[in-house]
Each structure stands twice: as C-alpha cells, then as structure tokens.
Design a protein around this ligand. Structure first.
Ligand SMILES: [Zn+2]
Length: 448
C-alpha cells in the first residue's frame, strides 16, 4: 500500500494529472459545495436583466457537443469582487465586479467560456484529488474516496468546501488548458476569441504591484505574466474563421446599465478569500502553548510542548522540531520533521517581486540545498498568514535514495522587503500525523 502512495506522489511530481472522482461524483460534490457556498452569497435574482443576459450567453457557449453532458448554469454574485468560480458539475458563479470590467458581449462570453472550460475539463476534482493525495495518501491508497465517504474524509481533513474550496483554485497547466478550450468555445459560438485576451489584459492592469489588493481572480486563476504563446496562436487561427458581423451592442448596453444600477446587497467582506478561522487563536494557544518570538519581534510563532528551538545562525531564523526531528551532520543540521522559518531577503533594486515570484526564488534556494526537492504540480494554494495573502507550496523530496520520501510544505508571505517563510517537513508516511500541528502553526504566525 505504501508503495502505491509513493508511486502516486511521484506521478504527481512528474506532472501527471490524476482524478480519483467520476463524472457523477463531480456533479454530487459540486452541487453540495455550491449549495453550501450559496448560503453566504448574495445572488442577483433570476428575473433581472443582468441574470437573463449572462445566462443567455452562457447557454450559447455551453451548447457545444464536444463538452461532457453537465448541467451548466450561471449565476451572478452581487459583489464588487473581481472573481468567478466554477464548481464541479456545472454551477458557475460570476462576481459582478468581473462583469463590470467587461466592455463587450464577447468579453462576457470569454469569462463564461473560461469557467465552462474548467468545469468541462474537471479541473476542480483533479485539484481535490491532488490535495487528498498530499493530505491523506494512506486513505487514498486504501481505496478512498468512494461515493459516500468523500464528504466525511474532506471534513475530517479540514478541507474547505463552498467558496473557499481548494477546487476553485487552479494550476498554471490547468489555466493553459482552460484558456485553449475557452477560445475554441468562443469561436464555435461565433464570439470573438480575441475577447479572451483583452479581458485578461484588463484584469492584469488592475493587478497592481500590491499583492494584497490583487483581484481574487488572479489567485484562483494564476495566469502567466504575458499571454501564453499557445493561446495567442490559437486565437489568431480561430479569429480567421469568424464569419459573423460585429455584434449590435444595444443589448450589451442595456445589460450594463441594469447591472450598474443594481444596489449592492452583500457586505463586501469577500467570502471568496479564505477566512481567518475565528477559533484559530484560541485553538492555537490551547494546542500550541509555547511562543517563539523573533529577536527583533518582527514575528511570533506558536509551537507544541516538547518541541525544541535550534537557532540556525540567521538573525531571524530558527528550527523548531521534536527532539528527534533534527540530525546534525557535517553539512549542518538536517530537518527530518519539524519546521524551519526565517525572513528571506528579496530586495531587488527598482523592482518589487510578487508573492509568487518571491516564493519561486525561495524554492530555487531550497532546491540548491536539497536538489531532490520537486514541486508537486498544482499543489500550490492560497492561504492566509497573519491576515495577509500567503501561499502554501507542496514539494516532495528524497534526500538520499535509501530514505523515505519527505513531504515539504513551503508557506510564504511578503513582509516589507523580505519573504517570511515556514518550511514544514515530515516523511510522507508520517505527514498525516504532523499535518494538524503544521496547520495550527501556520494559523498561529503573527507578523508585526
Ligand atoms: Zn481559470
């Protein structure tokens, strides 16, 4: 069984896409999650002009015989957020803020085609499979998730459903696949595929250097800095096939003015960003009674009883681990299970790095120290670190061939001219034992 687990983990590291779920389970998981999400959402009523307009475009895009037979349905969320979400099985939600930046019917179609493509490609349950594999490899090898137990397993692991669900955040590979499919769907429904490009450009312009103000869309749909050449090329090819005359925009203008007139009914405390769990701090003090304080008091971190602090020589860094978690060798201290944390200098003249760029830089540095480390494709999720956007990147490594593979979580957050990071390490077969402690430690981190 254990070999199956490692085999699957390495398949993931090699970039293979795995989906443990059936199409029927996509429908089941998606409808249950969407129902839960709707409880905290303010939806634009079905009888309104904006809903009917968006729904009409969505149906036209999804009426494509190459798509799996799912119930594609479209709702507008009455929130100024720039975001959209497609649940497995076909429930698609577009935030009003995203619709408001579209300036043509084609761009609205581009948003919808993009979400339809994620749903049709079953990217959500592929992401969920990855997460289950990282968080519950033993359970997966034992044959989970079967149809009735997936929910129990997800709940037990603390994986969020609803608008915080990990399956609403995609990998770059999935974005490329969804982009290619979206431009095809657009062209086949006689919409201008170039609208996909212009829409992404508008979202990119809104995304300023300030990562904490970036549209949620960018976290959920990580795009390359520039339009992927494959997609740009496909747009060129498809645009030549377009036969229709340019669309009369009267309908679009009617839609837009109705949309702008809708009163905002939701509190803009976006439910799309992961919420800080209210009980987090209490829980942390209960389970993590000790607090590590940085010498300059830049940050504090809770840790469990019995774990020991090893200073690494760096002014802000340390290792905290159980007594047997660190082994000393000639090359320094090796962490087998526990956490290593520090501030990583990312100051670059005349340039500010995004969280993602800074994280990549850190990962390059970590891989220099341990070349066997590999990023698990798609296993990078947004997380909150001390109330600000952070990233959790999953890596696996096998530092010496004879030993067990190790699972590593790299959790990062920008902090002035540096990157605050925590590297959590445990052998793959023991990872589930440490996971909840690691998660509590992430929640306990407080940056000044
Ligand atoms: Zn996307």
């Amino acid at each position: 069984m254990v070999n199956i687990v490692f085999g699957l983990l390495f398949l993931l590291a090699a970039g293979q896409s795995i989906n443990f779920f059936s199409l029927k389970q996509d429908i089941e998981i998606g409808s249950e999650s969407a129902t839960e999400a709707e409880q905290s959402l303010s939806l634009v009523a079905n009888a309104t002009v904006p809903h009917r307009y968006v729904n009409g475009i969505g149906r036209r895009v999804a009426q494509n015989r190459t798509l799996p037979a799912l119930n594609y349905r479209f709702r507008i969320i009455n929130s100024k957020d720039i975001n959209s979400a497609g649940f497995p099985g076909g429930a698609i939600y577009i935030h009003r803020g995203l619709l408001e930046i579209a300036s043509t019917e084609d761009e609205i179609a581009a948003i919808l085609a993009h979400e339809v493509s994620h749903v049709a490609s079953r990217h959500g349950t592929a992401q969920l499979s990855r997460q289950l594999l990282v968080q519950a490899p033993i359970a997966i090898a034992a044959g989970l998730p079967a149809s009735q137990v997936w929910r129990d397993e997800i709940t037990k692991l603390g994986i969020a459903v609803g608008m915080d669900a990990p399956f609403l955040r995609y990998s770059r590979d999935q974005e490329l696949e969804a982009g290619l499919m979206a431009v095809r769907l657009l062209a086949e429904a006689q919409y201008d595929p170039n609208a996909f490009r212009t829409l992404l450009e508008k979202i990119g312009e809104i995304q300023t250097g300030d990562v904490s103000r970036a549209p949620a869309f960018v976290f959920n749909h990580p795009q390359s800095q520039t339009m992927t050449p494959e997609i740009a090329e496909r747009i060129e090819q498809l645009a030549t096939l377009l036969t229709r005359q340019s669309r009369a925009d009267t309908e679009f203008r009617t839609f837009r003015s109705a949309l702008l007139k809708l009163p905002i009914t939701s509190v803009d405390a976006a439910p799309t960003r992961p919420r800080q769990r209210d009980e987090g701090s209490d829980l942390s003090t209960a389970v993590l009674p000790n607090v590590f304080t940085d010498p300059m008091d830049y940050y504090r971190l809770g840790y469990p009883t019995g774990w020991q602090i090893t200073r690494t020589g760096a002014p802000h860094g340390a290792i905290i681990a159980p007594a047997d978690g660190v082994q000393s060798s000639r090359n320094g201290d090796n962490l087998n299970h526990g956490v290593m944390f520090d501030l990583f200098d990312i100051s670059v003249p005349d340039k500010s790095l995004t969280l993602e760029q800074a994280t990549n830089r850190l990962i390059v540095y970590l891989r220099q120290r341990n070349p066997s480390l590999r990023v698990v494709p798609g296993a990078q999720t947004q997380t909150l670190v001390s109330d600000e956007p952070g990233l959790r990147t999953v890596l696996i490594g096998n530092p010496d061939a004879s030993s067990e593979p190790e699972v590593t979580w790299v959790v990062t957050r920008l902090y002035y001219q540096s990157l605050f990071y925590m590297v959590f390490v445990a052998p793959a077969d023991e990872f589930p034992i440490y996971q909840s402690v690691f998660e509590q430690m992430i929640r306990s981190a407080r940056l000044r």
